[in-house]
Design a protein around this ligand. Structure first.
Ligand SMILES: O=P(O)(O)OC[C@H]1O[C@H](O[C@H]2O[C@H](CO)[C@@H](O)[C@H](O)[C@H]2O)[C@H](O)[C@@H](O)[C@@H]1O
Ligand SMILES: O=c1ccn([C@@H]2O[C@H](COP(=O)(O)OP(=O)(O)O)[C@@H](O)[C@H]2O)c(=O)[nH]1
Length: 746
């Protein structure tokens, strides 16, 4: 039976070495607490670090004890912990991803260790992985792992989920090893984040830094399509609702009632982390106490800070700063019967957390940045009476869902202090109204729902990839096409130029044919059975200059100009270009506003190029321009054609489909191939007969039957097409029989 292998830096349990021997305690932190409800299903396995250095002589025992829990340990040495965990993960990635770039310390030793430890995790996964398994990798400590596993197991299903924010491109690109990290993540089939913004930022970094193409939320890497989406993580809400009724929790609530009497409690729970906004929260509480003497002895802050990463410099400092500020506030406001801030620097068992969630009137969750934040969700799930108020930072992923909380900006300490006053004065009805909405959401979008939709999407992604992969021309398909080619008496080859025969160049005049291209075209033209046509959007003068001397047919400007080999150029009759006077000034205004953009004027079309402009700006301007021109273009009988970093405006009766049709009617061809990479080539694919060899380059979303990755693959394909057949008649029969059904035109 196939299984899911969960991989994260930390296992859901950590080692607690006591005098009685080795024991395991639950790990803190959202990832471990959230996923531990899930991995227990079926025969799933969890691979990760048991949270501390383990002496060599204990490795065997720890491994076998963990194995019983279906946990597979990765042991980290002291150096690994210093350099990979505290160093690269928590002194580079954590601050950058939480928008605190000045905290980052770029160090080659950290990077080397990060690579080595990701490799260690790969080995651990390979030991348990079997064909058919699904591997689900979690978080920023393991960004290289999807790529490493993909290289070892090319067909395995890999999901990757990041629990912390993905920063904007401007932050991410600061990291010296940004390309390696992105390539690592893209080893996955599905990449998930908590919020839409994180997914959008990732797409932007991957396409800009790695120069990859994307269509909506799908990135085309050189060998696969990777889907990027948001999956906001939920909690095990039933668990939090049910535990409220347990005796241990009731006892804890009684103790809290005894200790706090009528004092209203504001709850704050975090790991020690500068991203959690603990100091700013204390400042807000300080302002609240200063400005609202009426709450003296009536309101206390109950603040739990769970020790975390306290060997990292910034965390140590933060701990000292919290100690000081708590001391300062208490020293100034404390009375004989009241402590304003009840501060605990340690972790608590679930039964105590649950009692605190139930007992506290307000939960104050105000991180400066947080991937999701599960504490606020746990508070909501525990409010079985539907009362209580949640004050939530707009910088927490959870704020995108919990819109009925009092939403605050954690940098605005006055606003937070005001929100405390508003919460203390909120009517019971209003509390119930808000809490009921939030509880419905938390219960529906729980952790099981999160796992389900992630896994379903992962399966769907794999199916999509497999169907696209089937269109890629591999050896078997190539043999089939070669056979067809060899048997044919009259062949038609319709070849687009830019992006198909030659790579894109930011300078359009430099995308010239080279020796290799000339020689392969010569080879094809030599055969009298072949009619080779370059069918391009380029103007005819350029085509004449580059190919006029060859035994080729040429089609320029998508069909406006036409030259049969041996005849002069011909122009399509009845076209007008008077419309240019109206359109050109509009294109000029967009060119003025977009550095790098330029206009190409052809005899019957205008092209707005932005290949030299900043990509996002160019895309935005192109969309704006098309919206602006839409009605005018329709009135003038023109067609707007978005392409790869271009928008072309041309007569609506001209397109590559019509140009191709001319050839289809011209003769009776028994082998037809059409190859192109752009939107304009889709018109050509759509008029092809069912048995034609239509091939889309660089994108697998097309009406074409087949797909090739890049110019070099097209060239290699055209080179081997006339070559010797390596298959026997019998094999040919098998291949024909096994041939894929025609995928249908879109
Ligand atoms: O393992 P540690 O270094 O001790 O840190 C604890 C975990 O912190 C982070 O949690 C994140 O995941 C939560 C669940 O998705 C999310 O609510 C929160 O916003 C994140 O900060 C970290 O992502 C984990 O890898 C750590 O184990
Ligand atoms: O003493 C404690 C305090 C908190 N938590 C848990 O730690 C997690 C914190 O997750 P969150 O997403 O809020 O933040 P993270 O620490 O992962 O950044 C929550 O599930 C808490 O219940 C815990 O196990 N023990």
């Amino acid at each position: 039976m196939s299984k899911t292998i969960i991989v994260s830096n930390r296992l859901p349990v950590k080692i607690d070495a006591t005098e009685q021997g080795i024991q395991f305690k639950p790990s803190e932190g959202g990832l471990a607490t959230g996923l531990s409800s899930v991995y227990k299903n079926g025969n799933n396995v969890w691979v990760g670090w048991p949270g501390t250095e383990v002496a060599d002589e204990q490795v065997k025992q720890v491994t076998s004890q963990l194995k019983e829990l279906r946990l597979s340990p990765v042991f980290l040495t002291k150096d690994d912990i210093n350099l990979y965990y505290e160093g690269f993960s928590n002194e580079i990635l954590w601050p950058i991803f939480h928008y605190m770039s000045t905290y980052a310390r770029y160090d080659d030793a950290y990077w080397n260790s990060y690579q080595q430890v990701n490799e260690k995790f790969k080995q651990a996964v390979l030991q348990v992985a079997e064909p058919g398994d699904t591997i689900w990798i979690h978080d920023y400590q393991l960004l290289l792992l999807p790529g490493l596993i993909r290289a070892a197991l090319p067909d395995i299903t890999i999901g990757f989920f990041q629990h912390i924010p993905f920063p904007s491109y401007e932050l991410f690109r600061l990291i010296p090893w940004r390309s390696e990290l992105l390539n690592g993540i893209l080893g996955a089939d599905l990449v998930g984040f908590h919020t839409y913004d994180d997914a959008r930022h990732f797409l932007s970094s991957a396409t800009r830094i790695l120069q990859l193409k994307s269509s909506s939320n799908v990135i085309s890497t050189h060998s696969r399509s990777v889907v990027v989406e948001s999956f906001p993580m939920g909690i095990d809400s039933d668990k939090f609702e049910e535990i409220v009724h347990e005796q241990a929790v009731r006892d804890n609530i009684t103790h809290l009632e005894e200790s706090f009497g009528n004092t209203r409690l504001i709850l704050s729970i975090d790991r020690l982390d500068y991203s959690k906004g603990i100091l700013q929260r204390l400042q807000a509480f300080d302002i609240f106490l200063q400005n609202h003497q009426e709450y003296k002895e009536k309101v206390s802050l109950y603040m739990i800070v769970v020790p975390s990463r306290d060997t990292v410099g910034q965390y140590k400092e933060l701990r000292d700063d919290i100690d000081k500020l708590v001391g300062n506030i208490n020293a100034r406001f404390r009375t004989n019967v009241w402590t304003p801030v009840n501060y605990f620097y340690r972790s608590f068992p679930l039964e105590m957390l649950s009692a605190l969630y139930c007992f506290s009137d307000i939960c104050l969750v105000t991180p400066m940045r947080d991937g999701m934040n599960l504490v606020c969700k746990e508070y909501v799930a525990s409010r079985t009476n539907n009362d209580g108020v949640l004050i939530l930072s707009e910088m927490a992923g959870a704020s995108k869902e919990l819109i009925d909380a009092l939403i605050v900006n954690p940098n605005n300490v006055r606003q937070m202090s005001d929100a405390i006053v508003e919460a203390l004065n909120m009517s019971a009805d209003e509390q119930v109204k808000r809490m009921t909405q939030m509880r419905l959401l938390i219960s529906k979008y729980n952790v099981h729902h999160w796992v389900k939709i992630f896994m379903e999407r992962l399966e769907e992604t794999k199916r999509m990839q497999q169907s696209l992969q089937a269109r890629h021309i591999g050896n078997k398909t190539l043999n089939y096409i070669k056979r067809k080619y060899a048997r044919a008496h009259k062949r038609l080859l319709l070849l687009d130029y830019d992006g198909t025969l030659t790579d894109f160049n930011t300078n359009i005049n430099l995308a010239k044919p080279d020796k290799e291209l000339y020689s392969l075209l010569d080879e094809l033209c030599k055969d009298d059975r072949n009619r080779v046509v370059i069918i391009s959007g380029r103007n005819y003068t350029t085509l004449e200059e580059w190919f006029g001397h060859m035994k080729l047919d040429l089609v320029g400007e998508h069909g406006v100009w036409h030259k049969l080999y041996g005849s002069p150029w011909q122009e399509t009759k009845g076209l007008t270009n008077l419309w240019k006077q109206s359109i050109l000034p509009i294109l000029n205004t967009y060119t003025e506003r977009t550095p790098g953009a330029f206009i190409e004027e052809k005899s019957y079309s205008l092209v707005w190029h932005y290949r030299k402009a900043e990509k996002e700006l160019g895309d935005m301007r192109a969309t704006e321009m098309m919206n602006n021109l839409r009605y005018m273009v329709a009135d003038l009988g023109l067609h707007l054609m978005p392409g790869n970093k271009v928008v072309e405006i041309k007569n609506s009766e001209i397109n590559k489909g019509k140009a191709a049709q001319y050839y289809l009617h011209y003769d009776n061809y028994d082998f037809i191939a059409a190859i192109g990479d752009d939107n304009t080539d889709e018109d050509m694919f759509k008029v092809m007969k069912e048995d034609a060899i239509s091939i889309k380059v660089n994108s697998n979303i097309s009406a074409a039957r087949f797909y090739l990755e890049g110019v070099q693959e097209v060239r290699d394909f055209l080179k081997v097409l006339p070559g010797k057949l390596l298959i026997t008649k019998m094999l040919d029969k098998v291949l024909n029989l096994q041939w894929l059904p025609y995928p249908g035109k879109k």
